[in-house]
Design a binder for this molecule. Structure first.
Ligand code: DGL
Length: 295
């Protein structure tokens, strides 16, 4: 039997990647759920955003970054913290790496269907994620299991880029304008009749501005994001493959895992975003340096 190409060492890091800073919303949850694990995070900043690119391009980038995390960092588990890359490339990564635990992400339609009382769910995601075969199959499955629930998908062109911009410059004007535009077709919001009472944040960038989204809709509307479920899934996979660095019953808290941040293009946006959004990093406190990665 040929040995696996991925690391099976419990002390090896978890590899996480996104087109840019969006994966930090998943990383937040991973750091809370698995605080003792080392993590290598890659932002494909040279090619962000993915949402309006071809499937073939995104699949190629996903495969290249997955291989880099596997070979150069010995990642024991891969988290594709990007809905668009998961839809386009997760299948190819799994085919390339039989047995490697790979966590992909998809817009959280199932939890939303369980949650909604009015039966109307809005789904904010990138054009690429919504146009994917994977999303189509998910919608078909939801029609079978929850025929009474109506999902309204909104392709939020430019929103992920505007959030990158916001992280770098501190100017959130464009994101606010785009939010107003993309939320409008989902109105009315609320718990009456068939109003939208549940909103799926189907791109990992969007939870970074959840406060601004929540500010625009009534308090009773629920925002559903996938960071926590993804982190719990990663924990279960590590547990079932014997790759958890520290067993859950450990009596002393594990030492905090090391975090490495890499970007394929400009590093400033990821650095600014890490300062702002990573647990433990408050304004002015040191955030890990971001190294450049040439792939
Ligand atoms: N954060 C990504 C997602 O979850 C992609 C955003 C983009 O690059 O367009 O879909």
């Amino acid at each position: 039997m040929t040995p696996p190409r991925h690391s099976t060492d419990r002390a090896a890091p978890i590899g996480v990647f996104d087109s840019g800073i969006g994966g930090l919303s998943v990383l937040q949850a991973l750091r809370t759920t698995l605080p003792g694990e080392d993590v290598v995070y890659v932002a494909d900043s040279a090619h962000t955003p993915y949402g309006e690119r071809s499937d073939a391009f995104v699949a190629e980038r996903t495969l290249a970054i997955a291989r880099h995390l596997r070979d150069a960092h010995g990642a024991k588990l891969l988290v594709i913290a990007c809905n668009t890359a998961s839809a386009a490339g997760a299948h190819a990564v799994r085919q390339d790496n039989p047995g490697w635990p790979v966590v992909a992400i998809e817009p959280a339609l199932k939890p939303a269907a369980h949650h909604t009382r009015t039966g109307h769910v809005g789904v904010l995601a990138t054009r690429g994620a919504l146009a994917s075969r994977k999303f189509g199959a998910l919608c078909d499955a939801m029609r079978e299991t929850h025929p009474a629930v109506r999902f309204t998908p909104i392709a939020c062109d430019g929103l992920a880029s505007s959030i990158e911009q916001w992280a770098l410059s501190g100017d959130g004007g464009q994101s606010r304008q785009l939010l107003d535009r993309y939320l409008a077709p989902l109105a009315p919001f609320g718990g009456e009749g068939d109003a939208t009472d549940t909103l799926v944040l189907g791109c990992t960038h969007y939870p970074l501005i959840r406060e601004q989204i929540a500010h625009r809709i009534p308090a009773g509307v629920t925002l559903i994001e996938a960071g926590q479920p993804v982190a719990r899934h990663a924990q279960r996979l590590l547990h079932s493959t014997g790759l958890l660095r520290f067993s859950p019953g450990h009596s002393v808290a594990p030492p905090p895992g090391h975090l490495r941040l890499l970007a394929t293009g400009a590093t400033q946006t990821l650095h600014a975003a890490a300062l702002r959004w990573l647990p433990g990093a408050t304004a002015g406190a040191a955030a890990p340096a971001v190294a450049t990665l040439a792939i």
